[in-house]
Write a protein that binds this ligand. Structure first.
Ligand SMILES: C[S@@+](CC[C@H](N)C(=O)[O-])C[C@H]1O[C@@H](n2cnc3c(N)ncnc32)[C@H](O)[C@@H]1O
Length: 419
């Protein structure tokens, strides 16, 4: 019988149940819960609970706010009190990296996400189900994204009904419409809607699109050429402004459908201030600079900032952001692994999930005094540090910022000083 008390969490935030000689990983269960696991499946060598009965709730539990919780893959920890979420994130980070760090909570834990990518399928429109690549939680709300989610999804459903465009079939990999992406400037109130579809709109369809989404300040139709479940396509501007703006304190950032922007506008200021606190000297390199989020913020302090980023489109946005905010920062297209690191006072690195890899060795050989490593993947940081960075740097200090409430993820800012 697979029953007992969940005592701990796995590195990816699942409840761990030790039942006899079996270890079962229980999604949506937390330390202190008494559970009975009803069925399991095997995945990547682990036994994962498909379904469980909660016999006795953990004192860390709270009632989840969203009616889709437990099925939707968006939130794993909405059933945990926020204070407990923060403590557990800091514990998981320490277990993985060996670094004990202070954690700063998100100033808002509802309506905080500035973007949502709703998959539009024959099984419904919303987010993928937890652990089921072919299942979709057909959403009517998403309290972590926006109070207006019901309005956005209603417009989508009415638009599909009128135009008879076919939603995507996850099984057959055919259909017309694949994603609805909505972005909100939380501090400007501006809204961007981007429909990701496999065919161009006819005149009539474009007219209906403008009509149903007339609340959007910026409207795009993106043409998707591949079958992958990601909201990327070639954006065609349909109506309104080309870009929307987000404002963090007094810095304004421009947002385009194809540019990455940090997803929690409310906690972003905390992240920027943490990076700023750890930055020293006058010459700063912002590596993996994206749209210049860190570089533009830091350049307000009259530092000289150079940024390097692989995506030409993001670089164009970063330079626009520097211009808009009238700061001394220049961004260029380049690969981190091929960037001369010179003798910068501080190098900020915010690599993709796989980490720095070869760029770590370049940093070791550079004359950079200090590295500020920003990461949402503590395992990648650990590998980069152990394989490369520790040869020349030691960890001086670290702070965690909760950019992702109700999930096990956290953003870490780690200050490394040359030995
Ligand atoms: C986690 S995002 C961070 C972006 C930015 N720092 C921000 O906060 O908005 C990582 C960025 O690294 C870029 N990137 C990925 N591989 C790269 C490489 N080899 N060299 C330079 N940039 C790269 C991606 O295009 C992406 O913009």
């Amino acid at each position: 019988m697979l029953r007992g008390k969940v005592k701990t969490l796995s590195d990816d935030g699942l409840g761990v149940l030790q039942a006899g000689n079996k270890t079962v990983y229980v999604p949506f269960a937390y330390p202190g819960d008494m559970v009975r696991v009803k069925s399991t499946r095997r995945r990547f060598g682990r036994l994962i609970a498909r379904d469980f009965e909660l016999l006795e709730p953990s004192p860390l539990r709270v009632l989840p706010r969203c009616r889709h919780f437990g099925r939707c893959g968006g939130c794993l920890w909405q059933g945990l009190k926020y204070r407990a979420q923060l403590e557990l994130k800091a514990e998981l980070f320490e277990r993985i990296t060996g670094i004990r760090a202070e954690i700063k909570g998100s100033p808002r834990v509802w309506d905080f996400r500035n973007v949502s990518n709703f998959i539009v399928t024959t099984n419904g429109a919303g987010l993928k189900e937890y652990g089921n690549p072919l299942g979709v939680a057909n959403l009517s709300e998403c309290p972590i994204f926006s109070k207006k989610t019901p309005e956005y999804l209603r417009a989508l459903r009415d638009f599909l009904e009128e135009t008879r465009l076919k939603p995507w079939s996850l099984k057959r990999k055919t259909g017309d419409v694949h994603y609805l992406q909505v972005r909100e400037g939380k501090f400007t109130g501006e809204v961007m809607v981007n429909l990701i579809a496999h065919r161009r709109p006819s005149e009539e369809t474009a007219e209906a699109f403008r009509d149903y989404f007339s609340f959007a300040d910026s409207l795009y139709w993106s043409l998707k050429a591949d079958e992958g479940d990601d909201p990327r396509g070639k954006p065609l501007h349909v109506a309104g402004s080309q870009l929307i703006r987000e404002r963090i304190d007094e810095v304004v950032y421009l947002i385009h459908p194809n540019s990455f922007f940090q997803t929690n506008s409310h906690a972003l200021e905390l992240l920027l201030r943490a990076v700023e606190d750890f930055t020293d000297g006058e010459r700063v390199l912002d590596l993996y600079s994206g749209v210049g989020t860190f570089g533009v913020w830091l350049a307000r302090r009259s530092l000289t900032v150079e940024g390097v980023e692989i995506n030409p489109f993001a670089v164009e946005m970063a330079n626009k952001n520097a211009e808009l905010n009238r700061v001394n920062a220049r961004f260029r297209v380049g690969r981190a692994e091929e960037t001369p690191m010179g003798d910068y006072d501080t190098v900020i690195v915010d690599p993709p999930r796989r980490g720095l890899k070869e760029a770590g060795e370049l940093l070791v050989e550079s004359g950079a005094e200090r590295v500020v490593y920003v990461s949402c993947n503590p395992k990648a940081f650990k590998l980069d540090y152990e394989n490369h960075l520790r040869k020349a740097y030691r960890v001086e200090e670290a702070v965690l910022v909760d950019m992702f409430p109700h999930t096990p993820h956290v953003e870490a800012v780690i200050k490394l000083e040359r030995r």
